[in-house]
Design a protein around this ligand. Structure first.
Ligand code: VGL
Ligand code: ZN
Length: 199
């Protein structure tokens, strides 16, 4: 059995223009993502879902600004504007995203002390979200990833997907990037080297 699934990463208001951590053109992908949702038999969404005062927010690190970094017990962490706070409108899916067909919504980033870019593991690279087990148990082995942001949550998810033994394709036209200090080129390169198909 080799089922395919579409993994839609973080198409949430805060990552769209007008949002707290707006990704340029983030909303432009919604029509294409909706078309893909229609085409796939299985659809999984992820939702960045932080408690207020999350440790990835620059606002809780005195003297730090968004997009600077800090050292966490699990490594270097980029600091972000407050975003995707649980239950807020910013954390909701884009209003035009046709998400009702989704079979699973994976929430991530809810542990106050660890950020989570990947749909599979938190940023300590050890704490699982449960997604790999869910997909394996359902016989799903072939993943297509789309969403926001290409160079953070999409890339980390795709890298963890191949490391976890899944086939992974990222449809770049249905993604948009934050691109901090060349992160888009770096992560595209890392994905290609790891065996992620970039389409
Ligand atoms: C993301 C930064 C912080 C993303 C989430 O969805 O790419 N980026 N939280
Ligand atoms: Zn986040």
């Amino acid at each position: 059995m080799s089922e395919k699934a579409l993994i839609v990463i973080d198409v949430q208001n805060d990552f769209c223009p007008g949002g707290a951590l707006a990704v340029a053109g983030g909303d432009e992908i919604v029509p294409m993502v909706n078309r893909l949702i229609g085409e796939f038999d299985h659809v999984v969404l992820t939702q960045d879902w932080h408690p207020a005062g999350h440790s990835s927010f620059a606002s809780v690190h005195p003297g730090k600004n968004p997009f600077e970094t800090t050292e966490m017990p699990y490594g270097t962490q980029t600091l972000w504007p407050d975003h995707c706070v649980q239950g807020t409108d910013g954390a909701a899916f884009h209003a035009d995203l046709e998400w009702t067909k989704a079979e699973l919504v994976i929430r991530k980033g809810f542990r106050p002390a660890i950020d989570s870019y990947s749909a599979f593991f938190e940023n300590d690279r050890r704490t699982p979200t449960g997604l790999a087990g869910y997909l394996r148990e359902r016989g799903i082995s072939d993943l297509t990833l789309v969403g926001l942001a290409t160079d953070f949550c999409v890339a980390y998810s795709a890298l963890d997907a191949v490391r976890s033994g899944f086939k992974a394709t990222v449809l770049l036209d249905a993604c948009r990037a934050i691109d901090l200090g060349g992160s888009l080129a770096t992560m595209k390169d890392e994905m290609a080297k790891a065996g992620v198909t970039l389409a």
